[in-house]
Design a protein. Structure first.
Length: 464
């Protein structure tokens, strides 16, 4: 949904138009997950690197006891709703036996399929499944005959491109598997074929995660139009995140959203899912305040995702076993991500066994219990019970409207201001300076773009 802003629109009209922007059903479902897990796993797990070379020997990938069921059980118990796997990181090694290269699990001692293992485990534990397919590919840049940046012409190509002895030939011939045509170069053809494999072989896909990292330094144009089209055709309910049109990167990897985090975001130029033409950059202190809206040509719903790792690195390193984030740290991140109108994408990297390390599982268990204890019970009906967090929520199916508000509490017969804020959105958590025991709590909306029914609940977070 794109809303046009014209040069004649003044501040009041821009605010009115912003009030009409609505999320798609897939964006609403994504936001309501609140907690998503990231799983970085691959050759880096065994080499100790964060970014592989692209020429790592597949023989290094040899998990001795892979158990995706252990991952899924720990995540579901910690209130996560979905999990995203690094099916291919920048090193180009594939965690499934792709038909289009040898640099995969099929060439490793493991010889299994991590994606199918996780898909099965996720379904068993009620988790949605997503994958990260790195646009950058060091293997395709460096290996002999690689496709990345090879200067090939764009030609009309069929997806899936069947290979010798392809087990899908009869399904394609019968029409059971759809066929698409795109005019692309070698690398985009390769990437589309890998997308096709991942989107058709592992059940429903909830999220396709892309990023803008470019460790290669090689000029390779990405045909986002073709990529997004194929995803929409094969997985219309999947969100395309960070490098896509549904979800934006919050601008840091610290785990924190902005204090004023809008989902209604201004863009310049023509409306297109392919451009990255936000008025303000992804890392700007403010991306969608009134001053940014007044510079816009178009507005659309573009919510923020907050990515951070439970450890210092994204891949497992044994030397970081003593640096797993504490429960208070994780709750602080939760309040400043989920509690600031974003979705938290928390990375938990499996170790060389193919398991979440014991301390990571313990921390997830403690975190899940803490979230349930602090935020699973609304104390509004139990006043004057002690509280130290006020939670607010707008119905985002009706847009995001609140621009500023105040929360007051009745203490010993007098109304006292206990919290103020700007945006609310899907969820806003407001920690108080100290616990209080009010007899009543009220919300005063000072400024709103349109009528905005807001739900209020009260909580006691023992980690504050």
């Amino acid at each position: 949904m794109w809303i046009e802003i014209t040069p004649d629109d003044g501040p009041s009209e821009v605010r009115r138009k912003a009030s009409t922007v609505r999320p798609s059903p897939r964006q609403v479902s994504w936001q309501r997950q609140e907690l998503t897990a990231f799983v970085h796993f691959g050759p880096n797990t065994f080499t100790g690197l964060e970014w592989g070379t692209g020429l790592d020997d597949p023989a290094v990938f040899d998990p001795s006891g892979l158990d995706c069921g252990q991952w899924a059980k720990a995540l579901a118990g910690a209130e996560f709703r979905s999990v995203i796997l690094t099916a291919k990181h920048h090193d180009g090694f594939c965690l499934w036996p792709s038909r289009y290269l040898e640099h995969t699990v099929a060439a490793s001692p493991f010889r299994g399929d991590v994606v199918v293992e996780l898909a099965t485990a996720a379904e068993a534990h009620g988790l949605a499944l997503g994958f990260y397919l790195s646009p950058a590919d060091l293997h395709q840049e460096k290996a002999a005959g690689g496709y990345y940046g090879n200067g090939s012409p764009v030609v009309e190509s069929v997806i899936p491109t069947l290979v010798k002895g392809d087990d899908r030939a009869s399904l394609v011939a019968s029409g059971e598997l759809p066929v698409f045509k795109y005019v692309v170069d070698d690398y985009n053809l390769f990437y589309l074929n890998q997308l096709y494999e991942l989107l058709t072989q592992y059940g429903p896909i909830a999220e396709v995660w892309l990023d803008g990292a470019n460790p290669t330094g090689t000029a390779q144009a990405y045909d986002y139009g073709a990529w997004f089209d194929l995803i929409r055709r094969l997985a219309p309910e999947a969100t395309i995140a960070v490098g896509g049109p549904d979800v934006r990167w919050v601008g840091n990897e610290s785990g924190y959203a902005r204090d004023s985090e809008w989902s209604v975001v201004p863009f310049t130029g023509v409306p297109s899912d392919l451009g990255r033409s936000m008025v303000a950059g992804a890392v700007a202190e403010e991306v969608a305040g009134l001053s940014q809206l007044l510079e816009a040509d178009y507005l659309r719903w573009y919510p923020a995702e907050v990515d951070v790792s439970i450890r210092p690195g994204w891949f497992y390193h044994a030397e970081e076993d003593d640096e797993v984030k504490s429960v208070p740290e994780l709750l602080d991140i939760y309040r400043k991500s989920v509690g600031r109108n974003a979705v938290l994408l928390l990375n938990i990297p499996p170790d060389r066994r193919g398991l979440f390390a014991e301390m990571d599982v313990a921390r997830l268990t403690e975190f899940g219990a803490a979230v349930r204890t602090a935020y699973g019970v609304d104390l509004s009906e139990s006043l004057p019970a002690a509280i130290n967090v006020v939670a607010l929520s707008e119905d985002i199916t009706q847009g995001q409207q609140v621009e500023s508000f105040v929360v007051d509490a009745s203490i010993e017969g007098e109304w006292v201001e206990i919290a103020t804020g700007t945006t609310i959105g899907h969820r806003r958590l407001l920690p108080l300076a100290m616990p209080i025991e009010p007899t009543a709590v009220r919300l005063r909306i000072l400024s709103s773009r349109a009528e905005a029914p807001v739900t209020l609940s009260l909580h006691l977070d023992p980690t504050l």
